[in-house]
Design a protein around this ligand. Structure first.
Ligand SMILES: NC(=O)C1=CN([C@@H]2O[C@H](COP(=O)(O)OP(=O)(O)OC[C@H]3O[C@@H](n4cnc5c(N)ncnc54)[C@H](O)[C@@H]3O)[C@@H](O)[C@H]2O)[C@H](O)CC1
Ligand SMILES: [K+]
Length: 509
């Protein structure tokens, strides 16, 4: 943002004008969110341009009729910020000496620090932030909650717990990091017309790191079929999953794959699970496999021709006794999705050498614990999930999907997609199995009938987004407690239908 901003200023945009424009947009948004002008608003002003924004917002809200009080606990301010402070004082606006004077305000605006925060908050500012966090009125943070690191989202000592964050111009990475989520509240972008040429000059075109958007996700789902479609041309996915101990994992993976719409679904499970799978998914071809003494898959049937599948998804419920099978799959020339025990076995085999010798795309879907086992060098300390995912993908050559509240997916070329909207209702056993099956089915279709210029990353981000949308719809209809993994699998199609209708009407995106 600093570099983009510097280009804009160098091109002739006055700094003062930009601050005036941005802060005007913020003030309007605040007045829309909180329209009652009888309310008292408290504004916290920092020493830099975040504080400058806050002063202009305060002034505009004052002119709209709100009773505004300002608190600025700094003696040295940047020039432009100092000018705005002087003008606010000239206007007779109320400046208070102690934070307690803002306790009676119905709304607080946090303009202490934005992307210029360089170090932990000092004790006095930290005490101020802790104080307002204990009060009950809403807090709107300008650009990002003060105290958060702009890129990593790490809390630098302490940080404001915002109700709303109005992020300026471009999404700050820190707002999309799991560790920031307790602080950011509802996040909105305030677009202030940064020229695309300047954004691209700094970030590249397209920028390497992007939020997943509904339109992009939908565009990469296999929703259009040729009239002459044939089941064997619509993607054949093989799932390898399950054990005596984890029979349900195989079922959930299969239900995820079913919802993907793949032309053919084959499932390899331990022999004794075959009847259960067949009963639940009559359309699937189920292979019963020889079992180990512990009830894991000992080996795949001799008749199975792995080359016949467009994609293979392997791992949920296998247990680490299924090593031979995972080794065999990793030698295949197909696109594979590896999850759960597939990842634990991969870590035992040696993550980097095993993945580096793969000749076809490998998608790995670890949660943080699995990621640590796979990439111990990058996980401790994991300050930035986005960078860790990027480095792991670059070194291994795999597409790395790091699970969490904000899923990050990276490919070996450095492209990253972050899913910005999800629900904690998905933090539940079996959700990941549904995702693995869904991704396997989507990839099989993308390989069998590729869309123009579609990459594996495109399909994976579409699947991650869809899975989160299903969780969100299920949560809205059934409460946060009502999203067990089976239910989730049953919401995939309704969620897609709902989103398709929204996008078709072009409402909101
Ligand atoms: N292009 C844009 O997005 C625009 C952004 N605007 C706003 O400007 C801020 C960034 O302003 P900047 O002055 O660079 O940084 P900050 O206001 O975040 O604060 C920096 C200020 O604070 C000092 N400082 C840093 N860390 C600490 C600390 N721990 N304790 C005390 N003081 C600290 C530092 O030395 C600086 O003096 C951006 O977020 C937007 O809100 C523009 O107004 C519009 C265009
Ligand atoms: K702020």
């Amino acid at each position: 943002m600093r570099q983009i901003e510097a280009r804009v200023f160098a091109a002739g945009m006055p700094v003062e004008a930009l601050m005036e424009k941005v802060a005007g947009l913020i003030a309007r948004r605040v007045a829309t969110l909180y329209p009652d002008t009888r309310q008292q608003i408290g504004v916290l002003v920092g020493p830099g341009h975040n504080g400058g924004d806050a002063l202009v917002v305060a002034r505009e809200l004052h002119f709209k009729g709100f009773a505004v009080s300002l608190y600025c606990p700094f003696s040295t301010l940047k020039d432009l910020t100092a000018k705005h402070q002087r003008y606010c004082k000239e206007l007779g606006m109320r400046f208070v000496e102690a934070i307690e004077a803002l306790q009676a305000c119905e709304l607080l605006i946090d303009g202490l620090f934005g992307f210029g925060l360089e170090r932990s908050l000092n004790d006095a500012i930290a005490a101020t932030v802790n104080q307002i966090n204990q009060w009950s009125q809403p807090i709107v943070s300008i650009d990002l909650p003060s105290g958060l690191h702009t890129d990593t989202g790490v809390v630098l000592g302490t940080a404001v717990r915002a109700t709303h964050t109005l992020c300026l111009g471009l999404w700050k990475q820190g707002l999309l990091q799991d560790q920031a989520l307790d602080h950011v509240g509802r996040v909105e972008l305030i677009d202030f017309d940064l020229p695309l040429a300047d954004i691209w000059a700094v970030l590249g075109n397209p920028p390497a790191i992007q939020r997943i958007t509904p339109a992009h996700a939908i565009a990469h789902l296999p929703l259009v079929r040729p009239a002459t479609a044939h089941k064997y041309k619509m993607g054949h996915v093989l799932l390898i999953c399950g054990s005596h101990r984890y029979a349900g994992g195989a079922l959930l993976t299969a239900l995820g794959a079913r919802a993907s719409g793949a032309g053919m679904l084959s499932i390899a499970v331990p022999q004794t699970l075959k009847t259960i799978l067949t009963a639940q998914l009559p359309e699937a071809l189920v292979w019963g496999c020889k079992e180990t003494a512990s009830g894991a898959i000992a080996q795949l049937p001799d008749e199975i021709d792995l080359n016949a599948y467009d994609a293979i998804a392997c791992g949920p419920g296998l247990t680490t006794d299924a090593t031979t099978v995972v080794q065999q799959v990793l030698q295949q020339k197909q696109t594979i999705v590896l999850d759960a025990d597939g990842l634990n076995i991969l870590a035992q085999m040696g993550t980097l050498p095993t993945l580096q010798q793969r000749q076809a795309p490998t998608v790995i879907t670890p949660h943080f614990g699995e990621f640590k086992r796979l990439f111990p060098d990058h996980a401790e300390p994991m300050l930035c999930r986005i960078t860790a995912t990027q480095v792991a993908a670059a070194q291994s050559g795999a597409i790395v999907l790091l699970k969490g509240a904000r899923v990050a997916i990276a490919n070996a070329e450095g492209a990253v997609r972050i899913n910005p909207e999800s629900t904690a209702a998905l933090a539940r056993g079996g959700s990941g199995d549904v995702l693995t099956g869904l991704l396997g089915g989507l990839l099989a279709q993308a390989i069998a009938t590729p869309l123009p210029a579609q990459t594996v990353l495109d399909s994976v981000q579409a699947g991650v987004w869809w899975h989160a949308q299903a969780g969100t719809l299920a949560m809205q209809e059934r409460t946060i407690l009502g999203v067990d993994a089976f239910t989730l699998s049953q919401y995939l199609i309704p969620a897609l239908k709902q989103m398709q209708a929204i996008i078709a009407k072009d409402v909101g995106y």
